[in-house]
Design a protein around this ligand. Structure first.
Ligand code: NAP
Length: 555
């Protein structure tokens, strides 16, 4: 798995139980902004239909490109400055920062700004009442007075109240407004809140930022929660100023390009586990399938055939036979896309061919699939641990003991069964331990402390060993049941035989790939070798026109 590579980067996007780098690292770079350009306009997006507040003294910039050009993105906004003991960032501290609003966000922001060495002026509609809520170092005054004293103003007010700030338009001219607002729904309005604010104040420069940071994170000083602050604006200088403030506050500013990205940034806090949707639906789907299958075998079959009511089995027994099936199949699904990727590379004889989108998606979701497999395995361990605590189990034990006493059976020891159970539990514990190791090392804080080889060894080699041991666990559970015709309820084979299908295919494929002839070819492909390097070109005809015949050349 570790060796499967894509044309541009490793086989999967997200750092996972098997893939190395978090998805967001591909998407954004920590603040690679260019230095300010001469003659750059300040101002908003100038939307038609919305009457701008106040005097429009500067031209409105046109809607910028969706993203900054590659060249721009490559330049660091803050150069190579670091906040840790670097004197070059000190000038940012001490400057006056304005905050409009006195709500939760404004208060937390003011506290963090004061702690970071900034002078804070808060603008409120009712400063007398709100002053006591802020740290004494922050100055709380009327909105107009506050904005006069600062060049950078955080607008900690909801979008619907932006228009009430229009009276401040004259004093806000030329200032940087930081729009921190969020929505309650994804794509709530046609234009983003930041673009709306910019259209109301075209004489100001609007920067979108800090909305992905909660008031709580601000108060706790970026120790807990997300440290990234996503920033976008059409004005590079303003963006750089806000990024510098974020960095001094202990956050990691991330450049998201120009103002047209504001909508995306505003949607981000509203998205509910986007990377988990597919894995969760997959595990739920598997759970439902196996649950129904086990229900038919363990509850419906005895009811129909023997009129026995076994409904009591549903909450624990049926669930506990379903969970390991899901965990086991999900674990094999972490390794199956790697096998398919290897097959594709072997078939086409190149690593420079794009995988189909479904395979790409699958590769990127392996971390989540692996973690859900671990979750189900942990639940299975918990349920199994509690099995002897159930009343039904006690009754069954007593019933068996009484039956044996009546039949005067003295020795009930079955050597084979004893060994089967010992091995079954032992390999189960080992498999769970290895899965825990995989889950722990997929946590960013742990993964970051490992080098690439260590990470790939744990996720790839140890992961595969976990799959093999889980297979042993399943086989010792089933033992010879697959050959016992009483186990075929309604002609349905025991559940464990079904779960073995995908994992055994993966193990078999891995064994085949480890054969020297195939392994060698795969390794060559992954180092850049290609089967046939044909380039097709068309020769011009003597008449000056292009001939219809194609010539192939091996380069
Ligand atoms: P909040 O507690 O309700 O505060 C909003 C503030 O807006 C009020 O305290 C009020 O201060 C001011 N305001 C100005 N004009 C107003 C008007 N016409 N009507 C009502 N209030 C007016 O809200 P919040 O939680 O601080 O959120 C503020 C902004 O930050 C929102 O856009 C929100 O999306 C964003 N945000 C919040 C969080 C968070 O964790 N809370 C996180 C990210 C982003 P005065 O009465 O002093 O004028």
């Amino acid at each position: 798995m570790s060796g499967v590579r894509r044309a541009h980067g490793r086989e999967g996007g997200a750092r996972s139980l098997t893939s190395p780098v978090p998805a967001h690292r591909y998407r954004t770079a920590p603040l690679p902004l260019p230095p300010p350009r001469r003659g750059e306009h300040r101002g908003g997006t100038g939307k038609a239909g919305i009457r701008p507040c106040g005097d429009v003294r500067r031209g409105c910039p046109t809607r910028g490109a969706r993203r900054m050009s590659g060249g721009d993105m490559a330049k660091p906004l803050l150069g190579h400055r670091s906040t840790d003991g670097d004197a070059s960032v000190t000038p940012a501290t001490g400057r006056a920062i304005g905050v409009l609003g006195s709500g939760d966000f404004a208060r937390s922001l003011a506290i963090r700004l004061v702690c970071s060495g900034f002078k804070v002026v808060v603008g409120s509609r009712n400063p007398k009442r709100k002053a006591s809520l802020f740290p004494s170092a922050a100055e709380v005054s009327f909105q107009a007075e506050a904005v006069k004293k600062a060049d950078v103003i955080f607008v900690a007010v909801f979008r619907e109240h932006y228009s009430t700030l229009c009276d401040l338009a004259d004093v806000l001219v030329g200032k940087i407004l930081v729009d921190v607002s969020n929505n309650t729904e994804i794509n709530q309005s046609k234009e983003s809140n930041a673009e709306y604010l910019a259209s109301l104040f075209p004489a100001c420069t609007v920067v979108k930022g800090f909305n992905v940071v909660s008031a709580w994170t601000l108060q706790s000083g970026a120790r807990d929660g997300n440290k990234q602050v996503l920033i976008c604006s059409n004005n590079q200088e303003a963006k750089r100023t806000v990024a510098e403030i974020a960095q001094v506050m202990g956050f990691t500013p991330v450049d998201m390009g120009c103002m047209s990205s504001a909508c995306e940034i505003e949607n981000m806090p509203l998205r509910l586990l986007p990377a988990w949707k597919i894995p969760i639906f997959l595990s739920l789907g598997l759970f439902l399938c196996f649950f129904t299958y086990n229900l038919i075998r363990q509850v419906i079959h005895p009811y129909i055939r023997e009129q026995k009511n076994k409904l009591y089995k549903i909450p624990i027994e049926v669930v506990n036979t379903t969970l390991p099936c899901v965990a086991y199949v999900m674990l094999s699904l972490v390794y199956l896309p790697g096998v398919l990727a290897a097959c594709s590379q072997l078939y086409y004889g190149t690593k420079y061919r794009r995988f189909p989108d479904w395979l790409d998606q699958w590769l990127q979701h392996r971390k989540q699939i692996g973690l859900l497999s671990f979750f189900c395995a942990a639940l299975h361990a918990g349920y199994s641990f509690c099995l002897p605590l159930r009343r039904s189990h006690r009754y069954q034990l007593i019933e068996t003991a009484v039956k044996q006493a009546v039949e005067k059976k003295m020795n009930i020891w079955v050597e084979e069964e004893v060994w089967r159970m010992e091995i079954y539990i032992s390999v189960g514990i080992i498999a769970l331990g290895l899965l825990s190791l995989l889950a722990i090392t997929s946590l960013p804080s742990i993964a970051n402390s490992l080098n690439w080889r260590e990470f790939s060894f744990i996720q790839s080699t140890v992961g595969f060993i976990a799959l093999v041991i889980s297979t042993l666990h399943t086989l010792t559970y089933g033992w010879s049941r697959a050959f016992d015709e009483n186990q075929y309820k309604f002609y349905l084979p025991p559940t464990y035989t079904l779960t073995l299908l995908v994992p055994c295919t993966v193990i078999l494929a891995k064994v085949i790939f480890s054969l020297p002839c195939i392994q060698h070819r795969l390794l060559r492909i992954r180092r850049g070798w290609e089967k046939g390097r044909y380039v097709k070109f068309v020769l011009p005809s003597t008449t000056g026109e292009y001939s219809s015949g194609e010539t192939s050349s091996n380069v």
